[in-house]
Design a protein around this ligand. Sequence first.
Ligand code: PDD
Length: 287
Amino acid sequence: MPRIAYVNGRYVAHSDAFVHIEDRGYQFADGVYEVCEVARGFIVDSVGHLNRLERSLSELRIDWPVNRKALVHIMREVIGRNRVRNGMVYLQVTRGVAPRDHVFPANGTRPALVVTAKRTDPAAAAKRASRGIKVITVPENRWDRVDIKSVGLLPNVLARQQAKEAGAQEAWFVDSDGKVTEGAATNAWIVTKDGRLVTRPAESGILRGITRTTLFAVADKLGLKIEERGFTVDEAKTAREAFITAATTLIMPIVEIDGQPVANGHPGSVALSLRDAFFDIAEKIQA
Ligand code: PDD
């Protein structure tokens, strides 16, 4: 079955899905995006993702390409046309197509919208979670507006590539105070010896992950306390557990940081129980 993408008003074969060479996303990374999980035929946390999209658009003064209801309809349509029951839906909005000029284009330039969906294998993800992942640490080198989910991801790309070349699956950025900010495409967490979850406050230095926000409710349900504070790489290495969160990974245990095992080098029970409980507590709409 051919994959279908939505591009500026049309559903087209993935292989024919193109944007213009003067799309400002292509030339300036002048755009934003969202990735939602699709699980068991539901779009997970769509309200949170669309609220964050609204914020990213507003911070960059980009208009909505279509209204929110229409966007949900397009997301559902792309998911349906690609027969995705478990996977991802990706959406990207850029400031549109205009002659290359750093200043914003003329009023009336329509923002560009692309929506794609792909299937993933839940069994493979569960297997990954049962083994855990490795992370490396790299110096924080991003701009200070990482709260905006911008498509300008070059430092994230380089960090993730460095992780891959080191045999790891994620890179944690570390700020000038030696504190972990977040991963290249995930939020960072540890579990202290006395069982409290620790994650950096989202007021600065990180993207306010939607999975991260939902995890507050999941933790509450499981009777776990969360402390929002920064933690160092050393604290993470000696923690009871460490894990990452994102729409693409959900809660994924970390078994090694910079080549050193976390605790006994096996996925922690807290991370795995949060992962198990996540779906039931997350907000869901039929895909
Ligand atoms: N990344 N931090 C960064 C830098 C991210 O790029 C992401 C998500 C997160 C987690 O956010 P959420 O829980 O809302 O997915 C944190 C997406 C999945 C990506 O770039 O593919």
